[in-house]
Design a protein around this ligand. Structure first.
Ligand SMILES: *Cc1c(COP(=O)(O)O)cnc(C)c1O
Length: 399
């Protein structure tokens, strides 16, 4: 089928929820994807922080093939070994004691919100149900998670929203202190705001948030859907900031391309969930968990991938800084941690993304004017150099 026909059928049959590039992707290997017309692209988006091991990593593909031949699905009325093994791996390498599996980031956050409310009902004095989240945050598209999301543009048209959320300025501890009330049960934050434009908190902010939560006996929920699974150079971003949450959510990179989400908590908090409290038909599906196991094991092997991520993250940010020097009137800020990097511009960045794509490099634009780079953690210097060359050239032509 020719591209024109595919695009026509896409518009005809697919619900119109995305503005898509007129490109049909068919194949991927490592840092590259290929479109239906055979053109090769260097992928610095990686499924938006999903393909952490690159496209079709052999360990993940083989784990999926093996598991697919053995058992695709069983209900959660039974135990299955991949689910237990992945939970054990996550627990052994994090603060958490227990894991609930689901299928996406929004579902993981939805589960965290429900757990916080139930824990509060059973363990906190008074009537505490309110969750404080940050302005400019992103937590998902279900009704509760889009209410948690501190951006009006995602909420517009879907009112009435879910009661029990309050938003405060990110990175402003005074605003958080002021917002805590007799109804507050939890604070939910991304350690680094991803969709909101790769916004890092200033040093000490998250520690102060943790102190505030401890003092008022509130739960600290970290949404690590984007920052988790090695993205920042540590397995989880909370490690970088010297804090320990009560609840953490994961998805995106957890299956290296296979859909899976998880909500992790300490024993104390997790005990608020009992049989019947929460459920997911597909959650902890053996195939998804087999992908998760292969992903976590590959990430942890000798710390190689995490080490690579830290080094390449520095290399990428340095390169972006160099470009910033050339275009001081267009580029206002470079920021990042590990391989989550952002370049803030004085203008909309859609045209830059499009021009880079025409030159065979895929990058992303978020929050309107921030170029976001979330390449697979296996990216190498020569690939970063190539992307930077193209970006430099495109900026030169467009500015
Ligand atoms: C992507 C993302 C989500 C939503 O994940 P979905 O799998 O699309 O539901 C939630 N929180 C953060 C921080 C994200 O980056």
């Amino acid at each position: 089928m020719d591209v024109k026909k595919i695009l026509e059928e896409s518009n005809h049959y697919i619900m119109n929820t995305y503005t898509r590039f007129p490109l049909v992707l068919r194949k991927g290997r490592g840092m590259h994807v290929w479109s239906s017309d055979g053109k090769e692209y260097l992928d610095f988006v990686g499924g938006i922080a999903v393909n952490i091991l690159g496209h079709c990593h052999p360990k993940v593909v083989i784990a999926l093939q093996k598991q697919a031949q053995r058992l695709l699905h069983v209900s959660n009325l039974f135990h299955n070994e991949p689910q237990i093994k992945l939970a054990k791996l996550l627990v052994e390498h994090s603060f958490a004691d227990k894991v609930f599996f689901c299928n996406s980031g929004a579902e993981a956050n939805e589960a965290a919100i429900k757990l916080a409310r139930k824990y509060a009902k059973e363990n906190m004095h008074g009537n505490r149900y309110e969750i404080i989240t940050a302005l400019n945050s992103f937590h998902g598209r279900t009704l509760a998670t889009l209410t948690a999301t501190g951006q009006k543009k995602f909420q517009k048209g879907f009112e009435p929203l879910v009661p029990g959320f309050r938003h405060v300025e990110f990175d402003d501890i005074a605003a958080l202190r002021k917002a805590i009330s007799d109804e507050t049960c939890a604070v939910m934050l991304e350690p680094i705001q991803g969709e909101g434009g790769v916004r890092l908190p200033s040093a000490g902010y998250l520690m102060e948030v943790q102190e505030e939560c401890r003092e008022h006996e509130l739960l600290l929920i970290l949404d690590e859907v984007q920052t988790g699974m090695g993205r920042t150079g540590s397995l989880f971003a909370y490690e970088d900031f010297g804090i320990v949450p009560d609840v953490m959510t994961l998805a995106k990179g957890l299956g290296a391309g296979f859909p899976i989400g998880a909500m992790l908590a300490t024993n104390k908090v997790a005990s608020a969930f009992q049989p019947g409290s929460h459920a997911s038909t597909f959650g902890g599906n053996p195939l998804a968990c087999a992908a998760g196991i292969a992903t976590v094991e590959t990430l942890l092997e000798d710390g190689f991938v995490l080490d690579q991520c830290r080094r390449m993250g520095k290399y990428l940010v340095n390169g972006l800084e160099e470009i910033k020097k050339e275009y001081p009137s267009v580029i206002t800020d470079i920021r990042g941690r590990g391989l989550l990097a952002g370049m803030e511009l004085t203008r909309e960045c859609g045209a830059i993304v499009k021009a880079c794509m025409e030159r065979g490099v895929i990058i992303n634009c978020t929050a309107g004017n921030v170029l976001r780079f979330t390449p697979p953690l296996i990216v190498q210097e020569k690939e970063i150099d190539h992307m930077l060359d193209i970006l430099d050239d495109v900026l030169g032509r467009l500015s």
